[in-house]
Design a binder for this molecule. Structure first.
Ligand SMILES: NC(=O)c1ccc[n+]([C@@H]2O[C@H](COP(=O)([O-])OP(=O)(O)OC[C@H]3O[C@@H](n4cnc5c(N)ncnc54)[C@H](OP(=O)(O)O)[C@@H]3O)[C@@H](O)[C@H]2O)c1
Ligand SMILES: [Zn+2]
Ligand SMILES: [Zn+2]
Length: 352
């Protein structure tokens, strides 16, 4: 065991603060990574503030962070795919049983014996897992990903959650050229959704509550931008979408989006607001529409997404911040004021 520097929340109401945590020495199949950048996902905020208490209550202290990129510092003797000095990335998962039907299919996100990167029982040290707001992490090789060498690392970190969470449902629901696709909420997930929908060739429409984001949405790859609070603008798109990805973090009216789907269209939730959303049955019945959801993605698809980003030069648009600004960043997330993901430069942890 060794000590690592980290930032943690001591309770649902306390700001994150500097701390030191235990990490295991790498065992046979482990990779130890010096963390260079970690993205700030809205899920970090939900979890740090115990907003998902009904589903995944937070155990304190909580060290969030599941958009991790860094350099390998040490590997166990059984590790074959990484060596010290390699770039490496870790997302929302750090372990699973490896044997169940889902794991065999490369869909580890659905394994009943999954270990999430933070706030999940730690099989090695007891207590819970600690995430990427830290200077290092130790992860079993199967959950460590290769990073394309041509991409900016600060912008790569958010691919590990915001990237795969938007890429996976688009692949599953067949987003491609000829399809009309909506992205609701231009935040961390949403802006990656726009980049992927555009790169996959779909006609891409952004729905935002922030008129000030219109030019950015077009620059990111949107063909059209709709201010979702403007009923006339919304009405023009009634019944026309094949697929809409909803990446909103707070309570909002999803029936307005069901209304915009065409026959057999699908509204897929990736956003995870604290409170349940109301659904009007008739909004689904007429048009045989579907309402679905999708969590992150499995390891093979996450690597596929990273390789796709390497080939198409895709990274997140980031505001790089020192870890000392994490609490300020959380307040800005709540105001939908991020362009479009915070990425923490972990070198800033050295001064703590
Ligand atoms: N499914 C998964 O596996 C998964 C993975 C990661 C994150 N998530 C969840 O996805 C959600 C989004 O995460 P994120 O990191 O992208 O968050 P984010 O960067 O804070 O973006 C959320 C966006 O939602 C819109 N929004 C916020 N409040 C709103 C409101 N009251 N009404 C309508 N729109 C509103 C804003 O976009 P505009 O300004 O454009 O309106 C905002 O930028 C969170 O709930 C997060 O926990 C799920
Ligand atoms: Zn996330
Ligand atoms: Zn499994």
């Amino acid at each position: 065991m060794y000590k690592a520097k980290a930032y943690s929340a001591a309770s649902a109401t306390s700001p994150l603060a500097s701390t030191s945590i235990n990490r295991r020495e790498p065992t046979d199949l482990d990779v130890q990574i010096e963390i260079l950048f970690c993205g700030i996902c809205h899920s970090d905020l939900h979890q740090a503030r115990n907003e998902w208490s009904g589903v995944m209550p937070t155990v304190y202290p909580c060290v969030p962070g599941h958009e991790i990129v860094g350099r390998v510092t040490k590997v166990g003797p059984g590790v074959t795919k990484f060596k010290p000095g390699d770039l490496a990335a870790v997302g929302c998962l750090v372990d699973s049983d490896g044997t169940c039907h889902e794991c065999q299919a490369g869909l580890e996100q659905f394994c009943p014996n999954i270990t999430l990167t933070y706030n999940f029982p730690d099989k090695h040290l007891g207590g819970v897992t600690y995430g990427g707001y830290s200077d290092s992490i130790v992860v079993t090789e199967r959950f460590v990903l290769h990073v394309p060498s041509n991409l900016d690392l600060a912008g790569v970190a958010p691919l590990l959650c915001a990237g795969i969470t938007t890429y996976s449902p688009m692949r599953h629901w067949g987003v491609t050229k000829g399809k009309k696709v909506g992205i609701v909420g231009l935040g961390g997930l949403g802006h990656m959704g726009v980049k992927f929908a555009h790169a996959l060739g779909a006609h891409t429409v952004v729905f935002t509550t922030s008129p000030g984001k219109k030019d950015d949405a077009l620059r990111l790859g949107a063909d059209e931008v709709v201010i979702s609070r403007n009923a006339d603008e919304m009405a023009k798109h009634a019944g026309s979408f094949d697929f809409i990805l909803d990446a909103v973090s707070a309570d909002h009216d999803i029936n307005a989006y069901l209304h915009l789907l065409g026959r057999d269209g699908d509204l897929c939730l990736v956003g995870a607001p604290e409170k349940p959303l109301a659904v009007a049955a008739f909004g689904l019945l007429f048009g045989r529409k579907s309402l679905s959801g999708s969590p992150i993605g499995g390891l093979p698809e996450t690597q596929e997404m990273l390789d796709f980003c390497g080939q198409n030069n895709i990274t997140a648009d980031v505001e790089v911040i020192p870890i000392q600004k994490v609490n300020e960043a959380y307040e800005r997330l709540l105001k939908a004021d991020v362009k479009y993901r915070f990425s923490i430069d972990m070198a800033s942890l050295k001064s703590e």
